[in-house]
Ligand binder design. Structure first.
Ligand SMILES: [Zn+2]
Length: 216
């Protein structure tokens, strides 16, 4: 794997980081410092636990703690919760969001930013988050721009954007990854079903795929 000193992760929901938790744990093991900007608290989520233990009122604080626990399991050193409204990232004031992202990038000077691939990430919040990152990075002079690597999830995305140029085998980091995903207790069953109990289903979690975004 490539080595990075500072990585910025920008995702909208607590539990999104589970998708790349093995990659993040691997980078941390190599000495990287990771800042994770999580845009919302996922407070509009419909899952209240299986069996339910959360409700509309308690869900935001529960998801906040779950996120803190998940980041601890991965080893993420710097978690920033921006507290934007869940499910409405696409309606945020773009200029304000972009300015805040730009300020964060200027502060941290990450070599790598990880986010969702705009247009190919299934949830409107995912697409809006990726789009904001791409707009913001595009404003930075080409010779000082960080690399942007994206998660794409939509069915058939490979036909549109090509195959992922990065595939990480994260088998060694499965303990951290599983612990991070399990930390989202209110979402866990919805996220993975019984996959963690079935070796054949668990296998698909050992590969993490990313697309380097080509900024023109
Ligand atoms: Zn999400």
């Amino acid at each position: 794997m490539e080595r990075y000193e500072h990585i910025l992760v920008v995702l909208p929901h607590p539990d999104d980081e589970g998708i790349i938790a093995g990659t993040l744990a691997a980078y941390i093991a190599q000495g990287a410092r990771i800042t994770y900007v999580c845009l919302t608290l996922g407070e509009m989520g419909r899952n209240m636990g299986t069996p339910p233990f959360a409700n509309r009122v308690s869900l935001p604080s529960i998801r906040k703690q779950e996120l803190i626990d998940a980041c601890q399991n991965i080893g993420i050193q710097d978690l920033r919760m921006w507290g934007l409204h869940d499910k409405t990232v696409e309606f945020e004031d773009q200029e304000r969001l972009d300015e805040r992202l730009l300020a964060t990038i200027s502060e941290l000077k990450p070599e790598l930013i990880m986010t969702f691939y705009p247009g190919y990430s299934v949830h409107p919040d995912h697409d809006a988050t990726g789009a904001a990152v791409i707009r913001t990075v595009a404003r930075i002079a080409a010779d000082t721009r960080p690399i942007v690597q994206c998660i794409a999830l939509s069915k058939g995305c490979k036909e549109m954007i090509g195959p992922p140029d990065i595939t990480h085998d994260v088998s060694r980091y499965m303990p951290q990854k599983q612990a991070a995903i399990r930390a989202h207790r209110s979402q866990f069953h919805h996220l993975v079903g019984d996959s963690f109990d079935k070796p054949d289903k668990l296998a698909r979690f050992t590969k993490e795929r990313l697309w380097t975004y080509k900024l023109s």
